[in-house]
Design a protein around this ligand. Structure first.
Ligand SMILES: NC(=O)c1ccc[n+]([C@@H]2O[C@H](COP(=O)([O-])OP(=O)(O)OC[C@H]3O[C@@H](n4cnc5c(N)ncnc54)[C@H](O)[C@@H]3O)[C@@H](O)[C@H]2O)c1
Length: 260
């Protein structure tokens, strides 16, 4: 408990899945959490969950692809809390339903990379500026699909980009003497609305939902799919001083998906 006591955390995409679980766990561990999401109702629910259990949270609407909004969000956060200690760049989409490389349009590719990768560039840049004198931890949610292929060019490219953007900024921060750690997290399949939506959207090979879950489970040697809290625990570890010797690293939390 209290592993991030009095730290200020900003979590994007905090209205659902991994983002919501991370907000809740960070708050339970003592952080003041700034929750942002493009879905106002969802982010309000996350704030309500935290506040009703005695935690501290503020919710702000944000489209992470909008650079001007990033500046406004950072101003609101610094006005409210005076500092930023932890940024979790979590908001993302799966890109489900996009055609294969032969048929994909550049616009469809760029829609996914704007949300999954450009936003991480923007958030990381704003966080480095806010943290360079005081230090902090930046946590970028990539994927096993940032390490191996299999999810389509746009999603794989965006998540692979997050992985190396993270290492690049980690090296820069170390070289500059900023006390800022920058790490990526690589979840396997986690049963969240993002994955449920893959099933609903493409109805994978006429499988039932149970069959779809079973097919995904078989890819994880540990014998189950992940839950959002599995990833939130990794986020809390990277946010806390327990990981003080980690920067530029990739925390793989995947039930063995990439070990096969
Ligand atoms: N679920 C998985 O299996 C899995 C695996 C690996 C990586 N990830 C990554 O984890 C992150 C969270 O995924 P999740 O599974 O919790 O998904 P989710 O769909 O449950 O949550 C994603 C959240 O991001 C928000 N969002 C989407 N576009 C946004 C935008 N432009 N601006 C602000 N917010 C936006 C959504 O409203 C939603 O609340 C994503 O980056 C995803 O790629 C998920």
């Amino acid at each position: 408990m209290n592993r991030v006591n009095n730290k200020v955390a900003l979590v994007t995409g905090g209205g659902s899945g991994i983002g919501r679980a991370s907000c809740c766990l960070l708050a339970q561990a003592g952080a003041k959490v700034f929750v942002t999401d493009i879905n106002q109702m969802a982010l309000d629910e996350t704030v309500e969950i935290i506040v009703s259990s005695g935690g501290l949270a503020t919710g702000v609407h944000q489209d992470v692809t909008d650079e001007g909004r990033w500046d406004e969000v950072m101003s609101l956060l610094l006005d409210a809390y005076g500092k930023l200690d932890i940024l979790v760049n979590n908001a993302g989409i799966s890109g489900v339903g996009l055609p294969p490389i032969e048929e994909a349009s550049l616009a469809s590719f760029q829609k996914v990379t704007a949300i999954n990768l450009d936003s991480v560039f923007l958030g990381t840049q704003k966080a480095v500026l806010a943290m360079k004198d005081s230090g902090g931890s930046i946590i970028n949610i990539s994927s096993v699909m940032g390490i191996v292929g299999g999810a389509g060019p746009a999603y794989n490219a965006s998540k692979g980009g997050v992985r190396l953007l993270t290492k690049s900024v980690a090296v820069h921060c170390g070289t500059m003497g900023y006390n800022i750690r920058v790490n990526s997290v690589h979840p396997g399949y986690i049963w969240t609305p993002l994955v449920e939506n893959i099933f609903e959207h493409v109805g994978v090979d006429n499988l039932t939902e149970d069959g779809f879950r079973e097919m995904l489970t078989e890819k994880h040697p540990i014998g189950r799919l992940g839950v959002a809290e599995d990833i939130a625990k990794g986020v809390l570890f990277l946010a806390s001083d327990d990981s003080s010797f980690m920067t530029g690293s990739e925390l793989v939390i995947d039930g063995g998906y990439t070990a096969v």
